[in-house]
Write a protein that binds this ligand. Sequence first.
Ligand code: UDP
Length: 365
Amino acid sequence: MNFTIIAGARPNFIKIAPIIHAIQQNNDREERDKIRFRLIHTGQHYDAKMSDTFFQELNIPEPSDNLGCGGGSQAEQTAAIMIAFERDLILHPADLVVVVGDVTSTLACSIVAKKQGIKVAHVEAGIRSYDLTMPEEINRMVTDSITDYFFTTSTTANGNLLKAGVAENNIFFVGNVMIDTLLANKQRFRQPPVWGEAGLQKQQYLVLTLHRPSNVDEGQKLMQLIDTIIANTHGLPIIFPIHPRTKSIFHALGVLPENLHIIDPLGYLEFNYLVQHSKAVVTDSGGITEETTVMGVPCLTLRNSTERPETVAIGTNELVGTQPEAIVEALGRLFAGNWKKGGIPELWDGKAADRIVDLLVRLHA
Ligand code: UDP
């Protein structure tokens, strides 16, 4: 068996790590068929803090190739990745291409593979926000329209795929690889320097992350969100590891409140230490709502929709939206000690990647 695994952006690295480790374990077992694999980094995220750090911390092997396709518009980047990956795949044919998540690389590489007659496995298939203003939603829908094997994180995702006409026997509810990484590394989380620098104490600060174009591309809107949060968090420190996309606009915003600590993006182990010990996380990320659910940390999502409804129905996440009144109300409940406790979704148990690799071995035997 000869697989090509694709990763391009920060959340991808966190998702491929357990899959690669499960393949390595499979190959260490004498009785098992061996899986040869090439890891392709598309170069979508190229900043060391958004890429290299994760390879080191999560023990991901050096990629076989880096396609160097960072930057550009949505179309430019999609096109660049497709051209480079087509060449790579012609030179190194595979039996299966494994894509994860919902980034531009996921979309571009699944199209290239399918057009070369190579099967595609999509990890985290079937999740839907049904908000087509999000580029990620388009990536999910297109990828799932040509995927062969659908590995899902929830029964809701299974339902979305069935509704779209996917054959039931190609859908495999395996759990959540992001949570595999979380549980495998929990003991290794470590305090970042900002802990001492900002004098942080457990449950006495908030973590903020924002990177969705709808929240960060307009300076005024971003500032309104931040002002509302600052005015309703009783002076607690707010730690804001800033995504490169958000950083570019921040420069233009002028003087910022003292308790807002803007720092570079953190590595995985430091970021999740901060999340684990925070009073709450305010975010527009998708993956972080899954991690806060499993760690039992209150999460306020500044979006109107989510592709991960189980984090709301079962977990600690709430879709607050972006209206100031709604943010004020939700923070009020948090500070009154009235946030829901939450539980853990089915099969988010740290073993999703083992299930995926077992299934792939069986399907390709
Ligand atoms: N993350 C990190 N450092 C940070 C911010 C986030 O390691 O400074 C991790 C976080 O723990 C999660 C992933 O990055 O695993 C989420 O990525 P992001 O929010 O960029 O993407 P999304 O999940 O929204 O696609």
